[in-house]
Design a binder for this molecule. Sequence first.
Ligand code: ADP
Ligand code: MG
Length: 230
Amino acid sequence: MREEVEKSEKLRLVSDMAASVAHEIRNPLTAVRGFIHLLGTGDVGPDKREFYKGICFSELDRAEQIISDYLSLARTDPESMELIDVNAEVSYLSNILITYANLNNVTLVVTLSKDTSLTTMGDRSKFRQALINIGKNAIEAMPEGGTLRLMTGRLGDQAAVTIRDTGSGMTADQIRRLGTPYYSTKEKGTGLGTMISFSIIKKMDGRIDIKSEVGKGTEFTLAFPRVKVG
Ligand code: ADP
Ligand code: MG
């Protein structure tokens, strides 16, 4: 009997993991698909071509990274720690989200701070994953189109990223359920995206502030400890 329980528990873990891997792999695949499509349109100059190619490679690397992360879920070695330039990552994020935004009639507006000291510390590919999940949700909250704003700035002594949409918004109760596994209001949702994002942000000692109004939109502000460089 006990063995049976253990077995089903293990099966559940495997299928849970499979669901989250599928979810996380879909983001880079969608991005690569979009850029290959752009490359095929013909009127792409050599500079842009190299740029799109670079993004494809780095997104495929990310997919590979995600797979190995999940395969070594039990692993205990520390995550890679590197300096993260928040402006550079938000600009990267906008490149990743632009095809998805276009597809959904969403206008992307990016405002990067002139402040060059927005540097934090963490695992870069995880940081990207955290931002992409939140940005993707923002776009998905605007099925009739809208505006997605990405902003960076100083918040006290922290480096902040703001992701604001003009979408469906959430009730206080819905906000409370964010980040809990399998909470999804989408037909094909997994309810794992925000859970993964929140755990990455918390690991970086980051703060998450959410403002939302039903029918108006949502604003995520993520604030990270600033690391002084040089
Ligand atoms: P999924 O996207 O697969 O549903 P997530 O964990 O990424 O799972 O998100 C959980 C739920 O949180 C979504 O289904 C949605 O209801 C809600 N949500 C997240 N971000 C937003 C947003 N920007 N606007 C409105 N609802 C959101
Ligand atoms: Mg999601």
